[in-house]
Design a protein around this ligand. Sequence first.
Ligand code: ADP
Ligand code: GN1
Ligand code: MG
Length: 361
Amino acid sequence: MSLNEITQQFELNGNKVLKITPYGKGHINDTFVVETGRKRYILQRINTNLFQNPEKLIHNHLLITNYIKKNNPDEKVLTLIPTKDKAYLSKTPLGCFRMFEFVENSTCFDKVTPDLFEKSGEIFGNFTAMLDGFDATKLYDVLPNFHDTELRFQQFEKALNQNLSGRAKECKEEIDFVLKRKKTAPVFMNMLQNGEIPYRVTHNDTKINNLLFDKSGNGGVVIDLDTIMKGAAGFDFGDSIRFGATTAEEDEKDLNKVHFDLNLFKAYTKGYLKNMGSLLTQKEKDTLAFSAILITYECGMRFLTDHLNGDTYFKINHSGHNLERARTQFKLVSDMEKNFGKMQQIVKKESANHTLNAVKF
Ligand code: ADP
Ligand code: GN1
Ligand code: MG
Protein backbone atom coordinates (compact mmCIF):
# COMPACT_ATOMS: atom_id res chain seq x y z
CA MET A 1 0.00 0.00 0.00
CA SER A 2 1.29 3.48 -0.85
CA LEU A 3 0.63 6.92 0.65
CA ASN A 4 -1.14 7.76 -2.60
CA GLU A 5 -3.56 4.86 -2.07
CA ILE A 6 -4.15 6.03 1.49
CA THR A 7 -5.16 9.49 0.28
CA GLN A 8 -7.83 7.78 -1.84
CA GLN A 9 -9.59 6.73 1.37
CA PHE A 10 -10.40 10.40 2.03
CA GLU A 11 -13.12 12.56 0.52
CA LEU A 12 -11.07 14.69 -1.89
CA ASN A 13 -14.02 15.75 -4.08
CA GLY A 14 -12.44 14.55 -7.28
CA ASN A 15 -9.12 16.31 -6.70
CA LYS A 16 -6.42 14.07 -8.16
CA VAL A 17 -3.33 13.61 -6.04
CA LEU A 18 -0.16 14.70 -7.86
CA LYS A 19 2.50 14.76 -5.18
CA ILE A 20 3.00 13.80 -1.52
CA THR A 21 5.96 15.28 0.37
CA PRO A 22 7.12 15.16 4.03
CA TYR A 23 6.27 18.46 5.72
CA GLY A 24 6.83 20.54 8.85
CA LYS A 25 9.01 20.15 11.92
CA GLY A 26 6.69 18.39 14.38
CA HIS A 27 8.37 16.04 16.86
CA ILE A 28 5.51 13.56 17.18
CA ASN A 29 3.49 12.65 14.07
CA ASP A 30 4.59 12.09 10.45
CA THR A 31 3.23 14.96 8.39
CA PHE A 32 2.93 15.19 4.59
CA VAL A 33 1.63 17.82 2.22
CA VAL A 34 -0.62 16.42 -0.49
CA GLU A 35 -0.77 18.45 -3.70
CA THR A 36 -3.61 18.07 -6.16
CA GLY A 37 -3.16 21.02 -8.49
CA ARG A 38 -6.37 22.62 -7.22
CA LYS A 39 -6.04 22.18 -3.49
CA ARG A 40 -3.52 21.11 -0.89
CA TYR A 41 -4.12 18.89 2.09
CA ILE A 42 -2.15 17.75 5.11
CA LEU A 43 -1.90 13.99 5.56
CA GLN A 44 -0.72 12.82 8.94
CA ARG A 45 0.33 9.42 10.24
CA ILE A 46 -0.67 9.50 13.90
CA ASN A 47 1.98 8.38 16.36
CA THR A 48 0.06 5.44 17.79
CA ASN A 49 2.82 4.55 20.25
CA LEU A 50 1.71 7.67 22.03
CA PHE A 51 -1.92 8.01 20.97
CA GLN A 52 -3.05 4.42 21.31
CA ASN A 53 -6.68 5.27 20.73
CA PRO A 54 -6.77 7.72 17.80
CA GLU A 55 -10.59 7.78 17.87
CA LYS A 56 -10.27 9.78 21.07
CA LEU A 57 -8.22 12.40 19.23
CA ILE A 58 -10.93 12.74 16.60
CA HIS A 59 -13.62 12.99 19.29
CA ASN A 60 -11.75 15.81 21.06
CA HIS A 61 -10.89 17.58 17.81
CA LEU A 62 -14.51 17.67 16.58
CA LEU A 63 -15.91 18.74 19.94
CA ILE A 64 -13.47 21.60 20.28
CA THR A 65 -13.64 22.90 16.72
CA ASN A 66 -17.44 22.59 16.55
CA TYR A 67 -17.76 24.50 19.81
CA ILE A 68 -15.51 27.28 18.53
CA LYS A 69 -17.34 27.48 15.19
CA LYS A 70 -20.73 27.60 16.93
CA ASN A 71 -19.77 30.45 19.24
CA ASN A 72 -17.33 32.29 16.99
CA PRO A 73 -18.52 31.71 13.42
CA ASP A 74 -15.80 33.94 11.92
CA GLU A 75 -12.98 32.06 13.59
CA LYS A 76 -10.87 29.81 11.35
CA VAL A 77 -10.30 26.34 12.78
CA LEU A 78 -8.25 23.30 11.83
CA THR A 79 -10.58 21.18 9.69
CA LEU A 80 -10.53 17.40 9.36
CA ILE A 81 -11.33 15.79 6.01
CA PRO A 82 -13.74 12.84 6.31
CA THR A 83 -12.90 9.45 4.87
CA LYS A 84 -15.20 8.05 2.18
CA ASP A 85 -16.85 5.85 4.80
CA LYS A 86 -17.72 8.99 6.78
CA ALA A 87 -15.14 8.45 9.49
CA TYR A 88 -11.98 10.51 9.94
CA LEU A 89 -9.32 7.83 10.28
CA SER A 90 -7.77 5.50 7.75
CA LYS A 91 -6.20 2.48 9.44
CA THR A 92 -3.74 0.86 7.05
CA PRO A 93 -0.71 -1.47 7.14
CA LEU A 94 1.39 1.73 6.99
CA GLY A 95 -0.27 3.15 10.11
CA CYS A 96 -3.26 5.19 11.16
CA PHE A 97 -3.81 8.32 9.05
CA ARG A 98 -5.96 11.45 9.15
CA MET A 99 -6.22 14.36 6.77
CA PHE A 100 -6.71 18.10 7.26
CA GLU A 101 -7.54 21.01 5.03
CA PHE A 102 -4.24 22.77 4.30
CA VAL A 103 -4.39 26.20 5.93
CA GLU A 104 -3.52 28.36 2.90
CA ASN A 105 -2.14 31.91 2.99
CA SER A 106 -0.51 31.19 6.29
CA THR A 107 3.02 31.11 7.68
CA CYS A 108 4.52 28.84 10.31
CA PHE A 109 7.49 30.16 12.32
CA ASP A 110 10.15 28.66 14.55
CA LYS A 111 11.47 32.09 15.52
CA VAL A 112 9.54 35.33 15.80
CA THR A 113 9.87 39.10 16.10
CA PRO A 114 8.34 40.87 19.13
CA ASP A 115 5.38 41.98 16.97
CA LEU A 116 4.62 38.48 15.81
CA PHE A 117 5.14 37.07 19.27
CA GLU A 118 2.66 39.57 20.68
CA LYS A 119 0.23 38.35 18.02
CA SER A 120 0.83 34.72 19.01
CA GLY A 121 0.03 35.69 22.59
CA GLU A 122 -3.22 37.23 21.40
CA ILE A 123 -4.12 34.20 19.33
CA PHE A 124 -3.32 31.57 21.96
CA GLY A 125 -4.97 33.78 24.60
CA ASN A 126 -8.04 34.07 22.40
CA PHE A 127 -8.05 30.29 21.89
CA THR A 128 -8.21 29.68 25.67
CA ALA A 129 -10.73 32.49 26.09
CA MET A 130 -13.02 30.97 23.43
CA LEU A 131 -12.98 27.68 25.34
CA ASP A 132 -13.73 29.35 28.66
CA GLY A 133 -17.31 28.04 28.78
CA PHE A 134 -16.50 24.61 27.36
CA ASP A 135 -17.23 21.64 29.63
CA ALA A 136 -13.82 19.97 30.00
CA THR A 137 -15.35 16.73 31.30
CA LYS A 138 -16.52 16.01 27.73
CA LEU A 139 -12.91 15.65 26.59
CA TYR A 140 -10.93 12.44 26.75
CA ASP A 141 -7.83 12.84 28.85
CA VAL A 142 -5.70 11.48 25.98
CA LEU A 143 -2.33 11.87 27.66
CA PRO A 144 -3.12 11.87 31.38
CA ASN A 145 -0.81 13.93 33.60
CA PHE A 146 0.85 15.48 30.55
CA HIS A 147 2.15 18.51 32.48
CA ASP A 148 2.52 16.80 35.83
CA THR A 149 6.12 17.89 36.29
CA GLU A 150 6.62 15.71 39.35
CA LEU A 151 5.62 12.65 37.34
CA ARG A 152 8.00 13.79 34.58
CA PHE A 153 10.67 13.96 37.25
CA GLN A 154 9.93 10.38 38.30
CA GLN A 155 10.16 9.27 34.65
CA PHE A 156 13.49 11.06 34.44
CA GLU A 157 14.77 9.30 37.60
CA LYS A 158 13.69 5.95 36.19
CA ALA A 159 15.52 6.67 32.92
CA LEU A 160 18.58 7.70 34.89
CA ASN A 161 18.57 4.54 36.99
CA GLN A 162 17.99 2.26 34.01
CA ASN A 163 20.45 4.16 31.78
CA LEU A 164 19.30 2.06 28.81
CA SER A 165 21.40 4.05 26.35
CA GLY A 166 24.52 4.02 28.51
CA ARG A 167 24.67 7.82 28.02
CA ALA A 168 24.29 8.93 31.65
CA LYS A 169 28.03 9.38 32.14
CA GLU A 170 28.18 11.87 29.24
CA CYS A 171 25.55 14.21 30.65
CA LYS A 172 26.39 14.61 34.31
CA GLU A 173 26.04 18.41 34.23
CA GLU A 174 22.54 18.25 32.74
CA ILE A 175 21.50 15.49 35.16
CA ASP A 176 22.66 17.58 38.13
CA PHE A 177 20.76 20.56 36.75
CA VAL A 178 17.53 18.57 36.86
CA LEU A 179 18.18 16.98 40.26
CA LYS A 180 18.94 20.34 41.89
CA ARG A 181 15.50 21.66 40.98
CA LYS A 182 13.50 18.64 42.13
CA LYS A 183 11.53 20.78 44.62
CA THR A 184 10.01 22.98 41.90
CA ALA A 185 8.46 20.01 40.10
CA PRO A 186 5.22 19.59 42.11
CA VAL A 187 4.38 23.29 42.54
CA PHE A 188 1.79 23.68 39.78
CA MET A 189 -0.03 20.39 40.21
CA ASN A 190 -0.32 21.08 43.94
CA MET A 191 -1.96 24.43 43.25
CA LEU A 192 -4.40 22.83 40.79
CA GLN A 193 -5.21 19.97 43.09
CA ASN A 194 -5.85 22.10 46.14
CA GLY A 195 -7.98 24.53 44.15
CA GLU A 196 -5.67 27.56 44.38
CA ILE A 197 -5.85 27.89 40.60
CA PRO A 198 -8.67 26.60 38.37
CA TYR A 199 -8.58 23.87 35.76
CA ARG A 200 -9.21 25.27 32.29
CA VAL A 201 -9.35 23.75 28.82
CA THR A 202 -5.77 24.15 27.70
CA HIS A 203 -3.92 23.34 24.47
CA ASN A 204 -0.83 22.11 26.31
CA ASP A 205 1.56 22.41 23.33
CA THR A 206 1.56 26.10 22.46
CA LYS A 207 4.87 26.46 20.68
CA ILE A 208 4.67 28.88 17.83
CA ASN A 209 5.00 26.25 15.13
CA ASN A 210 1.63 24.99 16.33
CA LEU A 211 0.14 28.26 15.12
CA LEU A 212 -0.36 29.21 11.48
CA PHE A 213 -0.33 32.99 11.11
CA ASP A 214 -2.62 34.48 8.53
CA LYS A 215 -0.44 36.18 5.90
CA SER A 216 -2.79 39.16 5.85
CA GLY A 217 -1.83 39.84 9.47
CA ASN A 218 -5.30 38.97 10.74
CA GLY A 219 -5.13 36.27 13.35
CA GLY A 220 -4.20 32.70 12.68
CA VAL A 221 -5.18 29.09 13.13
CA VAL A 222 -4.18 27.07 16.16
CA ILE A 223 -3.15 23.57 15.08
CA ASP A 224 -1.88 20.35 16.69
CA LEU A 225 -4.98 19.91 18.82
CA ASP A 226 -4.03 16.44 20.08
CA THR A 227 -3.05 17.54 23.56
CA ILE A 228 -6.12 19.62 24.38
CA MET A 229 -7.13 18.56 27.87
CA LYS A 230 -7.88 20.18 31.17
CA GLY A 231 -4.93 21.99 32.68
CA ALA A 232 -3.59 25.24 34.10
CA ALA A 233 -3.45 28.49 32.11
CA GLY A 234 0.26 28.59 32.94
CA PHE A 235 0.89 25.38 30.99
CA ASP A 236 0.07 27.21 27.77
CA PHE A 237 1.60 30.55 28.68
CA GLY A 238 4.77 28.83 29.90
CA ASP A 239 5.18 26.65 26.83
CA SER A 240 4.88 29.60 24.44
CA ILE A 241 7.53 31.49 26.40
CA ARG A 242 9.79 28.45 26.48
CA PHE A 243 9.79 28.17 22.71
CA GLY A 244 9.46 31.77 21.65
CA ALA A 245 11.13 34.12 24.15
CA THR A 246 14.62 33.12 23.15
CA THR A 247 17.35 34.28 20.81
CA ALA A 248 17.88 30.83 19.29
CA GLU A 249 16.01 27.76 18.13
CA GLU A 250 15.13 24.86 20.40
CA ASP A 251 18.00 22.73 19.14
CA GLU A 252 20.76 25.35 18.79
CA LYS A 253 24.10 23.62 19.45
CA ASP A 254 26.02 26.76 20.38
CA LEU A 255 24.76 27.73 23.82
CA ASN A 256 26.46 31.13 23.53
CA LYS A 257 23.67 31.99 21.11
CA VAL A 258 20.90 30.93 23.48
CA HIS A 259 19.52 33.66 25.73
CA PHE A 260 16.15 34.27 27.30
CA ASP A 261 14.78 37.48 25.74
CA LEU A 262 12.91 39.70 28.17
CA ASN A 263 11.56 41.88 25.37
CA LEU A 264 9.96 38.89 23.72
CA PHE A 265 8.59 37.83 27.09
CA LYS A 266 7.00 41.26 27.45
CA ALA A 267 5.55 41.14 23.95
CA TYR A 268 3.89 37.76 24.49
CA THR A 269 2.60 38.72 27.94
CA LYS A 270 1.03 41.85 26.48
CA GLY A 271 -0.70 39.94 23.68
CA TYR A 272 -1.83 37.07 25.90
CA LEU A 273 -3.29 39.34 28.57
CA LYS A 274 -5.24 41.32 25.98
CA ASN A 275 -7.51 38.30 25.68
CA MET A 276 -7.00 36.51 28.98
CA GLY A 277 -6.37 39.45 31.32
CA SER A 278 -9.99 39.78 32.39
CA LEU A 279 -10.55 36.02 32.72
CA LEU A 280 -7.57 35.00 34.82
CA THR A 281 -7.75 35.08 38.59
CA GLN A 282 -5.14 37.11 40.44
CA LYS A 283 -3.50 33.88 41.59
CA GLU A 284 -3.24 32.63 38.00
CA LYS A 285 -1.60 35.89 36.97
CA ASP A 286 0.81 35.52 39.86
CA THR A 287 1.88 32.13 38.51
CA LEU A 288 2.57 33.17 34.89
CA ALA A 289 6.24 34.12 35.25
CA PHE A 290 6.94 30.97 37.24
CA SER A 291 5.07 28.81 34.71
CA ALA A 292 7.61 29.78 32.05
CA ILE A 293 10.45 28.46 34.22
CA LEU A 294 8.59 25.31 35.20
CA ILE A 295 7.47 24.32 31.69
CA THR A 296 10.94 25.01 30.26
CA TYR A 297 12.48 22.89 33.02
CA GLU A 298 9.91 20.16 32.36
CA CYS A 299 10.52 20.15 28.62
CA GLY A 300 14.30 20.05 29.06
CA MET A 301 13.84 17.17 31.48
CA ARG A 302 11.67 15.32 28.93
CA PHE A 303 14.34 15.77 26.24
CA LEU A 304 17.03 14.53 28.63
CA THR A 305 14.87 11.56 29.69
CA ASP A 306 14.45 10.62 26.04
CA HIS A 307 18.19 10.94 25.45
CA LEU A 308 18.83 8.59 28.39
CA ASN A 309 16.19 6.16 27.12
CA GLY A 310 17.80 6.02 23.68
CA ASP A 311 15.51 8.43 21.75
CA THR A 312 12.22 6.58 21.77
CA TYR A 313 9.77 9.50 22.10
CA PHE A 314 10.73 12.68 20.20
CA LYS A 315 11.76 12.47 16.55
CA ILE A 316 15.46 13.24 16.12
CA ASN A 317 17.62 14.22 13.14
CA HIS A 318 20.90 12.93 14.55
CA SER A 319 22.34 11.16 17.59
CA GLY A 320 22.56 13.56 20.53
CA HIS A 321 19.73 15.77 19.20
CA ASN A 322 17.65 15.38 22.36
CA LEU A 323 20.63 16.28 24.55
CA GLU A 324 21.19 19.43 22.48
CA ARG A 325 17.53 20.32 22.95
CA ALA A 326 17.76 19.67 26.69
CA ARG A 327 20.77 21.97 26.96
CA THR A 328 19.01 24.93 25.33
CA GLN A 329 16.09 24.48 27.70
CA PHE A 330 18.36 24.44 30.76
CA LYS A 331 20.22 27.51 29.53
CA LEU A 332 16.87 29.29 29.27
CA VAL A 333 15.83 28.12 32.74
CA SER A 334 19.06 29.58 34.20
CA ASP A 335 18.47 32.88 32.39
CA MET A 336 14.86 33.02 33.52
CA GLU A 337 15.80 32.29 37.12
CA LYS A 338 18.08 35.34 37.00
CA ASN A 339 15.33 37.46 35.43
CA PHE A 340 12.46 36.17 37.55
CA GLY A 341 11.90 39.47 39.40
CA LYS A 342 11.77 41.39 36.10
CA MET A 343 9.41 38.84 34.58
CA GLN A 344 7.05 39.20 37.52
CA GLN A 345 7.16 42.99 37.20
CA ILE A 346 6.26 42.74 33.52
CA VAL A 347 3.27 40.50 34.24
CA LYS A 348 2.16 42.87 36.97
CA LYS A 349 2.48 45.92 34.77
CA GLU A 350 0.73 44.34 31.80
CA SER A 351 -2.03 42.94 34.07
CA ALA A 352 -2.74 46.39 35.43
CA ASN A 353 -4.15 47.28 32.00
CA HIS A 354 -6.92 44.74 32.40
CA THR A 355 -9.90 44.52 34.66
CA LEU A 356 -9.41 42.18 37.53
CA ASN A 357 -11.13 38.87 37.37
CA ALA A 358 -14.62 39.63 36.08
CA VAL A 359 -16.52 41.50 38.74
CA LYS A 360 -20.05 40.38 37.94
CA PHE A 361 -23.17 42.34 38.91
P1 ADP B 1 3.24 17.21 15.36
O1 ADP B 1 2.21 16.69 16.27
O2 ADP B 1 4.19 16.19 14.88
O3 ADP B 1 3.91 18.42 15.93
P2 ADP B 1 1.67 19.06 13.76
O4 ADP B 1 0.21 18.76 13.70
O5 ADP B 1 2.09 20.15 14.65
O6 ADP B 1 2.45 17.69 14.07
O7 ADP B 1 2.15 19.36 12.27
C1 ADP B 1 3.51 19.52 11.96
C2 ADP B 1 3.70 20.76 11.11
O8 ADP B 1 2.96 20.62 9.88
C3 ADP B 1 3.19 22.07 11.72
O9 ADP B 1 4.15 22.66 12.56
C4 ADP B 1 2.90 22.90 10.48
O10 ADP B 1 4.10 23.44 9.97
C5 ADP B 1 2.42 21.86 9.46
N1 ADP B 1 0.94 21.74 9.44
C6 ADP B 1 0.19 20.92 10.21
N2 ADP B 1 -1.12 21.02 9.91
C7 ADP B 1 -1.21 21.94 8.92
C8 ADP B 1 -2.30 22.48 8.15
N3 ADP B 1 -3.57 22.08 8.35
N4 ADP B 1 -2.01 23.40 7.17
C9 ADP B 1 -0.73 23.80 6.95
N5 ADP B 1 0.33 23.32 7.64
C10 ADP B 1 0.11 22.40 8.61
C1 GN1 C 1 6.23 17.97 20.97
O1 GN1 C 1 4.20 17.66 18.57
P1 GN1 C 1 5.07 18.89 18.75
O2 GN1 C 1 6.33 18.81 18.01
O3 GN1 C 1 4.25 20.11 18.44
C2 GN1 C 1 5.60 17.54 22.28
C3 GN1 C 1 5.49 18.74 23.22
C4 GN1 C 1 6.87 19.33 23.46
C5 GN1 C 1 7.47 19.71 22.11
C6 GN1 C 1 8.89 20.21 22.26
C7 GN1 C 1 2.52 15.34 22.27
O4 GN1 C 1 5.40 18.92 20.33
O5 GN1 C 1 4.94 18.32 24.47
O6 GN1 C 1 6.79 20.48 24.28
O7 GN1 C 1 7.49 18.56 21.23
N1 GN1 C 1 4.27 16.97 22.02
C8 GN1 C 1 3.88 15.83 22.63
O8 GN1 C 1 9.24 20.87 21.10
O9 GN1 C 1 4.58 15.23 23.44
MG1 MG D 1 3.24 20.30 16.39
